[in-house]
Design a protein around this ligand. Structure first.
Ligand code: PLP
Length: 379
């Protein structure tokens, strides 16, 4: 019987976070109140973007970004399969068709050199993922997108607080999407956001979040103070004031959280760099990863399952990130098949995500290291 499972990721909630939520519960506004705008302002300031629009979750934020980008039925978007299915799913909901481009073996991020060959007349957007919190090749992706008139929707759900060439993520793409799920850099329970410098995108994001309803730029003349218009098909993807209060409180601690994740990554690196048949994660050049994950790879992929099972049996909640999106039966039914992205498939075959989160103790981490080294020796 395992009494103490060390998870791969875990939220860090303090008494200050709890007090912030309780304050909202005692206030007049549970949703659509002042905390929403406060949190949006704080997120925009933190990431350096002009606007941040919050959503019920990261998937909703992604869907809104595809909407704001103007997706219509049949538009294509370039993304990679080394991600959670939501990246591609959200585009499909807006009528888009994912075109999967392979990843770099070293980082698991989309290989920017392969994007141009995948573009067609129908390509509307490029959707890179900052895998494990480590920024994708955003500079080259942006340059290509600009050249071809494409929109970059960056799935930075792992990467709030990460830095690329001295710039915090949030302004390096047309829209940058974050998630506040408990395992992510900060949490609001469920939650997400889109950061953008573009006023038009920001307006569309806000409208989509509330049923496509607006009181601005009316089509018909106002019929009175009650008047509003539903101008397009949207959703109810709002985030509550309770959640935004939690987000505000968490955001103050984000840099400290990332510092602790970086320390944990450095300890893993130090302890595991000599281990044969183990490939350790790296940071992109001149980037500072947020270390959402610590994704090791077992180079003898036949041993991955044994190592994974051995760690789980020892009470270590390892995970695999990710089953390539095109492996899922839904995507197979759409016509995608295995072999489409060999590098991503190879990456998946050896991948195991070790526990990494701000509250991971040295003791627990040393236990993870010892168990892993023991299992690797049995190879
Ligand atoms: C978590 C995550 C999402 C979805 O975010 P939710 O808040 O869980 O909806 C999308 N993309 C990636 C890469 C993620 O890790």
């Amino acid at each position: 019987m395992i009494e103490h499972m060390i998870p791969y990721g875990h939220q860090s909630i303090g008494e200050d976070d709890i007090a912030a939520v309780v304050d909202v519960l005692r206030s007049d506004w549970l949703t659509q109140g002042p905390k929403v705008e406060e949190f949006e302002r704080a997120l925009a300031d933190y990431s350096g973007a002009k606007h941040a629009v919050v959503f019920a979750n990261g998937t909703a934020a992604l869907q809104a970004a595809y909407y704001a980008a103007g997706f219509v039925e049949g538009d294509e978007f370039i993304t990679s399969p080394m991600t959670f299915a939501a990246t591609a799913n959200a585009g499909i909901w807006q009528g888009g068709k994912p075109v999967f481009v392979d990843v770099e073996q070293a980082t698991g991020n989309i290989d920017a050199n392969l994007i141009e060959a995948a573009l067609t007349e129908k390509t509307k957007a490029i959707v890179p993922i900052d895998y494990a919190g480590n920024p994708a090749d955003l500079e080259n992706i942006k340059r290509l997108a600009k050249d071809k008139g494409l929109i970059v929707i960056e799935d930075a759900c792992h990467a709030l607080g990460a830095v690329c060439k001295g710039i915090k993520l949030g302004t390096l793409s047309d829209m940058t999407v974050f998630s506040f799920h408990p395992v992510k850099p900060i949490t609001t329970g469920e939650g997400g956001a889109v950061a953008t410098d573009n006023e038009d995108f920001a307006d569309k994001l806000r409208t989509f979040r509330t049923h496509g309803i607006t009181k601005q730029k009316l089509v018909h003349e106002s019929e009175g103070a009650w008047y509003y218009e539903m101008q397009d098909l949207g959703q109810n993807y709002r985030l509550t004031d309770m959640q935004c209060a939690l987000g505000l409180s968490q955001l103050k601690k984000l840099d400290g959280f990332i510092q602790r994740r970086r320390e944990a990554a450095a300890r893993y690196h130090e302890a595991l760099s000599g281990v044969a048949e183990l490939i350790l994660p790296t940071e992109s050049e001149r980037c500072v990863s947020g270390w959402h994950l610590y994704p090791i790879r077992v180079s003898d992929t036949d041993a991955r399952r044994r190592v994974f099972d051995g760690m789980r049996a020892a009470g270590i909640g390892v995970q695999v990130h990710y089953i390539p999106v095109h492996f899922h039966p839904y995507y197979e039914k759409m016509g995608y098949s295995r072999g489409l992205c060999p590098e991503a498939e190879k990456f998946y075959a050896g991948e195991i995500s070790l526990p990494i989160f701000p509250g991971l103790t040295h003791e627990d981490q040393d236990f993870v290291i010892a168990i892993l080294i023991g299992l690797m020796r049995k190879n």
